[in-house]
Design a protein around this ligand. Structure first.
Ligand code: PMP
Length: 414
């Protein structure tokens, strides 16, 4: 994997040139893409990796002994190593390819359930700022196991209430699952500290990294999380691919999620034995092109100076926050001091859908609604927000366009 070029000045125009979609127009206007928390755009090299696979390398993995099958298998397994390095996991066998964050959490909850990890009355700690994909899978297994969800409240600014978190632990606490960066509030949670507290209580932790991977470097060994999940499509890679990291001692012990080809050693009608980790969790033909292109996306990111990327995104956040705060009718939801480049907001007297629809006429892509975080909406007493979320290719000029458009929309509605 390429290493980031430290000290090389971050050049946003050079980055933009690598993303063909950023050149297009929408509704007759130059596209301003501020929906990066939903999915990021893809650089040409990622698009080429998908095309190249189908054009020159297509074969099934782990099965054939012919040239193409071995090539596809090598590239698939190389990508696993790229994910391992990207997360700084100890071993590549700790990386399971999934469809994305959602599947990673479902895989884990179902496997834990099958392992009889939970017993009736056990408790799982999550927080009020989880994405639905870190709530519903636990509710699904709660029905079967009789476990209860305990929810860490959030402060008015949108931070985890840490005292409340500590107080939720009891002898019944069996698992913690927390979001690293909130897709709605932008809050970057102090997960390392949260993991330490859970471990002091002998409780393993899963971190939902869906909104972290595109924005800052990760080190699962330093965090000491037991599991980490993320999505390729939010990390400049394709849709339908992501990964679950799990400490080896857990993955080795856990039973499979799905059954089928690729994940077995021997099958008879009486008894089936499984592959070791990670293959026992990857039943059926995987997303081979997706995993190879994900590796390419991680190479793209790792080839940049990540500190420069963070600085650029923080400047965008600061600039946009300041500009939007100058508009009287706007209220930002999520004002934690440690934030990723996400601004959720409501405007007095204008429905968020109207803002999104009007923005679209200016070629500006925002997200509106509850962002799959209805408990956050309930916490702040709103039905939805408009959300601008930035990535490394966004610019201050785009923010100026957005603020201009917002002022026009507010004027039009008043
Ligand atoms: N968690 C968070 C924090 C997210 O932002 C998202 C996507 N919006 C998910 C989980 C689910 O990701 P995916 O749809 O890629 O599985």
């Amino acid at each position: 994997m390429e290493t980031g070029e430290k000290g090389v000045k971050f050049d946003v125009q050079k980055i933009r040139e690598q993303f063909p979609i950023l050149n297009r127009e929408v509704n007759g206007k130059q596209l301003v893409y501020f929906d990066n928390a939903a999915t990021t755009q893809k650089p040409q090299r990622v698009i080429d990796a998908v095309k190249n696979y189908y054009e020159f390398e297509n074969a099934n993995v782990h099965r054939g002994i012919h040239y193409l099958s071995e090539l596809a298998t090598d590239k698939y397994e190389d990508s696993r190593v790229k994910v391992q390095k990207f997360l700084n996991a100890k071993e590549s066998s700790e990386i399971v390819f999934t469809r994305g964050t959602t599947e990673g959490i479902n895989l884990l909850s179902v496997s834990l359930c099958r392992d009889d990890f939970f017993k009736e009355g056990d408790e799982i700690i999550i927080s009020n700022m989880e994405h639905h994909s870190n709530i519903v899978p636990w509710q699904l297994i709660a029905k079967r196991t009789g476990i209860k969800l305990k929810v860490v409240p959030i402060t008015d600014a949108g931070e985890l209430d840490f005292d409340a978190y500590k107080n939720l632990f009891s002898s019944k606490t069996k698992f913690v699952s927390l979001v690293h960066v909130s897709n709605t509030l932008g809050t970057i949670n102090p997960v390392k500290e949260a993991i330490k507290i859970a471990h002091e209580n002998d409780v393993p932790v899963l971190i939902d990294g869906a909104q972290a991977t595109a924005h800052f470097p990760l080190d699962v060994q330093d965090l000491d999380c037991d599991f980490y999940v993320f999505s390729g499509h939010k990390t400049f890679g394709p849709t339908g691919i992501g990964a679950l990291y799990g400490k080896k001692e857990f993955l080795e012990k856990l039973p499979p999620y799905q059954g089928g080809g690729e994940m077995i050693r021997d099958v008879t009608f009486e008894k089936t034995t499984y592959e070791g980790t990670p293959l026992k969790f990857e039943a059926g033909t995987p997303n081979i092109a997706g995993s190879i292109a994900l590796g390419e996306a991680l190479d793209f990111l790792s080839g940049l100076d990540r500190e420069e990327v963070e600085t650029h995104e923080n400047e965008l956040l600061k600039y946009a926050t300041q500009k939007i705060s100058e508009i009287k009718k706007v209220r930002i939801i999520g004002t934690a001091p440690n934030k990723s480049a996400v601004i959720s907001f409501v405007v007095d007297g204008i429905h968020h859908y109207d803002i999104g629809t009007m923005m679209d006429t200016y070629g500006i892509a925002l997200r509106t609604g509850h962002h799959c975080t209805q408990p956050i909406m309930a916490r702040y007493g709103v039905t939805g927000t408009a959300r601008a979320s930035f990535a490394l290719y966004n610019t201050k000029e785009e923010i100026d366009n957005f603020i201009d458009a917002l002022n026009k929309i507010i004027k039009m509605f008043s």
